[in-house]
Design a protein around this ligand. Structure first.
Ligand code: PEP
Length: 354
């Protein structure tokens, strides 16, 4: 039993997700009442059987299903707001996000982290926008992972282009080596990392090959650290950040896919399949639904729109499109549903034709 495993998600995987509403109602794999748009089917790469996208293997031939990555959306408040009195409203915007189908984090300004870090009731995480690489001590103006851990923070954002020298100010840019040191240090301390990468406009204008030639050096020194459970990549084209010019879904998808292919080759296919890659750059409630349709886009890092109520719509858009649900080790439906379809249980969530 079983076919060659296809772990690579995305356009090349052959994964076909179709809306349940379009599938004829007599389908054996659809229990009554399950025909909601929230449930999607995929067609097995191997035997073409249609089954729930949330299942980990094809119930007919046991072929491994492409990995379903939980989407993740972050709000980067940067150096905003200007007044403490405005924080309440911003916290409310994040708190209004439904986190059941999407991880949410927010990056408040350094001065405000201590004020808001216990405020979120929906599970949204607080991620500082920077970290040092040494720990506590004589490091004026810095923040250490030890302090973050002590405060119960789990995530930290590093590598944003505005720290890689895109301030438009003569501040020293953070180099790939420095960011790799920070990443290593954070992971060693038990933190999770959102690692941002991106290319400037003149590079994008030369095409995907040039884009990858810029992105690969940004990834090279952290390739051994790409643990999908603890590192999220944020692809943020510099020309798109704060400009109102969003990458088209085609541009975002081709770049995310190329990043994933590079990781598959340089690290492993399973890391490539599991690691989450956010898109960042003028994402908003209007463009999020279409960008979310890109199979290799796993969410967003949002600047400007994270200061507005529309952040909740962005989270809802990607959650709706990806239909992630925590299956744990449980079957999606009662055993009778599978058995009626002539299936026999052979593993935690594996059912094969009896
Ligand atoms: C960002 O700062 O990470 C960002 C994506 O900003 P914006 O959404 O405003 O372009």
């Amino acid at each position: 039993m079983g076919c060659a495993q296809s772990q690579m998600a995305g356009a090349d995987s052959g994964m076909k997700v179709v809306n349940v509403d379009k599938v004829k109602s007599g389908s054996k794999m659809l229990p009554r009442g399950a025909g909601s748009a929230r449930y999607k089917l995929r067609r097995c790469n191997c035997c073409s059987f249609s089954y729930f996208a949330l299942c980990k293997t094809c119930p007919r031939c046991n072929d491994a299903a492409p990995v379903v990555r939980k989407p993740i959306v972050g709000g980067n408040w940067k150096c905003n707001p200007s007044k403490v009195s405005e924080l309440k409203e911003l916290v409310a915007n994040i708190d209004a996000c439904d986190t059941s189908g999407c991880d949410v984090y927010v990056c408040p300004s350094t001065l405000h982290i201590g004020i808001v870090y216990k405020s979120f009731k929906n599970g949204a995480k607080v991620a500082p926008q920077n970290c040092n690489y040494k720990g506590c001590g004589a490091y004026t103006g810095e923040m250490s992972a030890d302090q973050m851990v002590d405060m119960g923070l789990e995530w930290c954002l590093i590598g944003h282009s505005e720290r890689r020298g895109e301030f438009g100010l003569p501040t020293p840019p953070e180099s790939n080596s420095l960011l790799a040191m920070k990443c290593k240090y954070l992971l060693e301390k038990g933190m999770k990392v959102i690692f941002a990468i991106g290319e400037p406009l003149p590079v994008r204008e030369k095409g995907l090959k040039a884009v990858m030639e810029t992105l690969i050096p940004q990834l090279l020194e952290i390739k051994g650290m790409l643990d999908p459970a603890r590192v999220v990549l944020a692809y943020e084209p510099v020309w798109s950040i704060g400009t109102g010019v969003t990458a088209s879904p085609a541009q975002a998808q081709e770049t995310h896919r190329a990043i994933r292919q590079w990781i598959a080759k340089e690290v492993s296919p399973s890391v490539a399949a599991e690691i989450r890659i956010q898109y960042g750059g003028s994402a908003n409630a209007k463009n999020a639904p279409d960008l979310s349709k890109c199979p290799d886009v796993d969410g967003f890092l949002v600047g400007g729109a994270s200061l507005k109520p529309e952040i909740a719509e962005i989270v809802a858009a990607v959650a709706k499109e990806k239909c992630w649900r925590d299956l744990g080790n449980a079957d999606l439906f009662p055993a009778a549903v599978y058995e009626k379809s002539g299936l026999r249980k052979t593993g935690a969530v594996t059912w094969v034709k009896a």
